[in-house]
Design a protein around this ligand. Structure first.
Ligand code: PLP
Ligand code: CA
Length: 304
């Protein structure tokens, strides 16, 4: 018996799959670009799918930028037909969650970058605006009493004081604990890594004994945002394309979507096959249905 999933597809197999699906969900980093560089052929693939009338969505755990910055980035890198409504970032979805699901009554304490604050502003979700004095500590700082949620995302200005304040707010059991995503790390050039927001969330989980609600992949909420904003997004008609098994493939499987791993990013075929050998049930599925070297392998399928 062959391994479950992990089907490496090419040529006409890709064409049949693209014809069969009406909606494509693309992870961003590692699938369509690496940092500031588009993956060769990716703009052509995305532009063509959009031109064909397919529903194309972007699901990114990167919370650092607001969606309007992404619109510019897409344009700059040659993805010329992408608009803001197609972009589902973890900061945008966190703002939607706070507004529409949690309906939080009070302020949000943010550990994160401008992308989060910007999306909260757009969604009219109040957050605590403050800049810590250089000599402020958890012993002498003021702690407002109207904080009803802590939202943790990627924060390159993370401090012990932010951690300490968030821990104090979370002593209140009515204060929500959310995280934009739980990514452990991200690859940089030259083998360096960037610690992900999962590390910051973990620090706060230890300090409080609580577990954060995760908004980004692999949680289903991003897909719920998509299907509530676009009609007819039937999971059976969707393909989720990603580069990380533990976020993207699990997200797809959690949402009932077929999944494709592209080998231009983090996870490689060997790891996918290892999950395929070891997975006992379908409950936590990290195994992609399909594997391609790069989404540029879609291009021949567009030629007749
Ligand atoms: N968060 C941060 C801070 C990142 O730098 C990255 C990737 O570069 C991600 C999340 C992951 O983004 P994606 O979900 O598009 O792969
Ligand atoms: Ca990725």
């Amino acid at each position: 018996i062959g391994l479950k999933g992990c089907r490496k597809i090419r040529g006409s197999q890709i064409r049949h799959l693209l014809e069969a699906k009406d909606f494509f969900l693309f992870d961003c980093d590692g699938v369509i670009w690496h940092g500031e560089k588009a993956i060769t052929g990716a703009p052509n693939v995305v532009n063509t799918l959009i031109k064909q009338g397919k529903g194309v969505f972007f699901v990114t755990n990167n919370s650092t930028r607001p969606r309007e910055n992404y619109v510019h980035k897409f344009c700059r890198l040659g993805f010329t037909n992408v608009n803001q409504e197609q972009i589902f970032s973890s900061s945008y979805c966190s703002a939607i969650y706070l507004r529409d699901v949690a309906k939080v009554q009070g302020k949000v304490f943010v550990i994160g970058c401008e992308g989060i604050r910007n999306e909260l502003r757009e969604a009219n979700v109040p957050y605590l605006e403050e800049v810590d004095e250089p000599d402020a500590t958890i012993y002498n700082c003021a702690l407002p009493t109207d904080v009803k949620a802590v939202l943790v995302g990627h924060d390159d200005q993370f401090t012990f004081l932010k951690l300490a304040k968030a821990s104090c707010f979370l002593k209140d059991p009515d204060c929500l604990f959310l995280a934009t995503d739980n990514d452990p790390w991200h690859p940089l050039k030259d083998g360096r890594i960037l610690p992900g927001s999962g590390c910051l969330t973990a620090a706060l989980e230890v300090a409080t004994g609580r577990k954060a609600t995760i908004i980004g992949k692999p949680s289903r909420f991003m897909f719920e945002c998509i299907s509530s904003q676009f009609t007819g997004v039937d999971p059976a008609q969707c393909l989720m394309v990603g580069d990380r098994l533990e976020t993207d493939m699990l997200f797809g499987s959690n949402c009932g979507l077929e999944t494709m791993l592209t080998l231009t990013g983090i996870s490689q075929m060997e790891e996918a096959e290892e999950y395929s050998r070891s997975e006992q049930s379908n409950e936590q599925c990290f195994v992609p249905d399909y594997v391609v070297d790069t989404i540029a392998d879609f291009l021949p399928a567009f030629e007749e």
